[in-house]
Design a protein around this ligand. Structure first.
Ligand SMILES: [Zn+2]
Length: 283
């Protein structure tokens, strides 16, 4: 199965902490959203949209627009602070605040979560039980390999799995890295989706049984403001290349992918899975 997900955050979310007020920067959240929603309607696909709490607060009409088109709504934290950089109390407050504000906007509690930058790791796996205790049935936060931020290399399952943690259960839909040139990478979103030619993405997508995508509006937005600066120890040039390489043409690449393969939301995928046959992991 191939699962289509989006993280709905504004383009400045990784940098705004240190470059002045976010209000100073042009919000570009909505530019591609209508085209994405129309494309999904044409294909009769539903996707899971992980909404940042700050977006639900500042742009509730955007969230309602997605919800009214029948898509599965999840939570992407409130502030986008990486969970590894936050204290347990900050994680608890951020999570509950995000779940409450999204519920206020769409009129019901959400049941899916993705941490900012896949930042549920070996060191903070207790967050999974916090999520389960707050009504989350599906987590999509685990990146089972090493990565710049986040990453959970000791997590050994790359398919949907049931997790038991601290006496509660949650269904995990992890990212599914592919090994290329000895490196575990995910091509189904973010930098590698922009970097790889479409035919490479197509062949990888075709050969995998389980594909978890993660797209952002900023992955498609060629006209976005560019920022040249280091971030979390990454030198500015490398950061710039990783963030902006391949932006031009990325949206048409996405359109081709969605046209040539069938996708489902996390909620739909759950119904297709025989959970008795999936791994049970006790963390
Ligand atoms: Zn994010």
């Amino acid at each position: 199965m191939k699962i289509l997900t989006f993280d709905i955050e504004d383009w400045w979310v990784y940098e705004h902490y240190k470059i002045g007020k976010k209000e100073d920067w042009l919000p570009r959240l909505d530019d591609y959203l209508d085209r994405i929603l129309d494309l999904l309607d044409e294909r009769n696909f539903k996707a899971t949209f992980f909404i940042l709490g700050e977006v639900a607060k500042s742009a509730p009409t955007v969230v309602r627009k997605i919800d009214e088109r029948g898509h599965h709504i999840g939570c992407h934290s409130y502030s986008h602070k990486f969970l590894g950089d936050a204290t347990p109390d900050e994680v608890i407050v951020d999570t509950k605040m995000a779940l409450d504000v999204i519920a206020d906007v769409i009129g019901r509690r959400v049941d899916a979560y993705r941490a900012p930058a896949f930042s549920i790791t070996e060191g903070n796996k207790w967050v999974l039980s916090l999520l389960a205790e707050n009504g989350i049935k599906y987590d999509c936060s685990i990146f089972p390999a090493t990565r710049s931020y986040g990453g959970f290399p000791s997590y050994k399952s790359c398919c949907p799995s049931m997790i038991e943690q601290n006496g509660v259960s949650i269904k995990e839909f992890p990212m599914a890295p592919t090994t290329i040139f000895g490196r575990d990478i995910v091509y189904s979103g973010g930098g590698y989706f922009r970097l790889f030619p479409y035919m490479k993405i197509k062949s990888l997508t075709r050969q995998e049984d389980y594909v978890m995508t993660y797209f952002h509006i900023k992955d498609f937005d060629y006209a976005q403001e560019r920022i040249y600066r280091s971030f979390k120890g990454e030198v500015a040039l490398l950061r710039y290349i990783k963030k902006y390489y391949g932006l031009k043409g990325c949206f048409s690449k996405f359109c081709r992918l969605v046209s040539e393969f069938d996708f489902v939301s996390v909620e739909q995928a759950d119904k297709m899975i025989d959970w008795d046959q999936q791994p049970l992991l006790k963390l």
